[in-house]
Design a binder for this molecule. Structure first.
Ligand code: IPM
Ligand code: MN
Length: 366
């Protein structure tokens, strides 16, 4: 918590809970959705009696094109010292794919050791899902994705690149410590969550007989410490099948980085699409970062049609992680009121309201 004990108002200020939030609006529609998120968080902060001290950063494609910088050392140093990071979207049509993703998003996840990617998959009232005969009572689970290892670790290389005999290797890194801290987080999270108290490990033990053997052993070991939690296992391919056929079977799913990336896009679709899907990159002992899962949607930039609810929900998750659980819950409830009674669709351009109007509706529902 930051306070600035320099002015006469200090007495009042120090009595107020204040959180330093680095905000990275980023590219494309990122700034538009982040603006609505800030509007909602400001409103809920006033109600809850705490303050948000926003610190903007212009990281993203535009800056890269101008200066060739992705994440300067000075920015990274400052980001290590905030209470949380609020991120819009990273990705620019004029920048070669991979540069910004690796240079900003993945770099932040790794440097800040945000080893959990928490992605709720929850169908809110009034939201259309492509799953026939499924409603909010069926689609409500959370994916705990390992966020610093696996195929994302960047271990590998080329041999004889560009020749007919070329070899490309990309190694999945699975450390005992990395796997264990992720699985422990998932058990703790499942124990706290008010649902079925069931944790499903999603892997591919029939093929990844080294990496996922480690996952399975660690999972079984930690499970022994949580007799109150029902455990289950699914191969990742079958997991995709069950997410579509019987999503109600899931409470919490824990999985590795790559599989988590894939199944959470499927999850986003069954919860109504990228307009609503939010996630948190968590370092439970450090600085966490919250973001809408969708990308920068360049074609909608500046059109006032992009759905800000995912960014707003990410903001709610951020408040919860800062210890403002009541305010976080209030944001989610307000979003549910808006999806349940106002929006025609969650799709960009089809909401029946502009981006800014949707933000206003959420504020009014608080
Ligand atoms: C996500 C994204 C990122 C990932 C990309 C942009 C690097 O797809 O947050 O899921 O693969 O993790
Ligand atoms: Mn992804």
């Amino acid at each position: 918590m930051a306070t600035h004990p320099t002015t006469k108002t200090t007495a009042v200020r120090t009595a107020t809970r204040t959180y330093r939030i680095a905000v990275i609006p980023g590219d494309g529609t990122g700034p538009e959705v982040i603006a609505e998120g800030r509007k909602v968080l400001e409103a809920v902060a006033r109600q809850g009696g705490f303050r948000l001290d926003w610190r903007p950063y212009d990281l993203g494609g535009e800056r890269y094109l101008k200066t060739n910088e992705t994440l300067p050392a000075s920015a990274l140093k400052e980001l290590r010292q905030v209470d949380a990071i609020y991120l819009g979207a990273i990705g620019h049509p004029d920048v070669k794919p991979g540069i910004l993703e690796q240079g900003i998003l993945l770099r932040l996840r790794f440097e800040l050791d945000q080893y959990i990617n928490l992605r709720p998959v929850k169908l809110y009232p009034g939201v259309w899902t492509p799953l026939r005969d499924k409603g909010p009572e069926h689609i409500d689970f959370v994916v705990v994705r390992e966020n610093t290892e696996g195929l994302y670790a960047g271990v590998g290389g080329f041999l004889r690149k560009g020749t007919a005999e070329e070899v490309a290797l990309q190694t999945s890194v699975n450390t005992r410590q990395g796997v264990e801290r992720c699985i422990r987080f998932a058990f703790e999270y499942t124990a706290r969550r008010a649902k079925a108290k069931k944790l499903t490990l999603c892997g591919k033990t029939n093929v990844l007989t080294f990496a996922h053997d480690l996952w399975q052993r660690v999972f079984n070991e930690v499970a022994a410490e949580y007799p109150g939690i029902q455990t289950d296992y699914t191969h990742v391919d079958a997991c995709c099948m069950w997410m579509v056929k019987n999503p109600e079977w899931f409470d919490v799913i824990v999985t590795d980085n790559m599989f988590g990336d894939i199944i959470t896009d499927l999850g986003a679709m069954i919860q109504g699409g990228m307009g609503i899907a939010a996630g948190g990159n968590l370092n439970p002992q450090g600085v966490s970062m919250f973001e809408p899962i969708g990308g920068s949607a360049p074609k909608y930039t500046g059109q006032r049609v992009i759905n800000p609810l995912a960014a707003i929900c990410a903001g709610g998750m951020m408040l919860e992680s800062l210890g403002e659980a009541k305010a976080g819950k209030a944001v989610e409830q307000a979003v549910m009121a808006v999806t349940g009674t106002k929006l025609k669709s969650l799709a960009a351009g089809k909401m029946g309201y502009s981006t800014q109007e949707v933000g206003d509706l959420v504020v009014k529902s608080l």
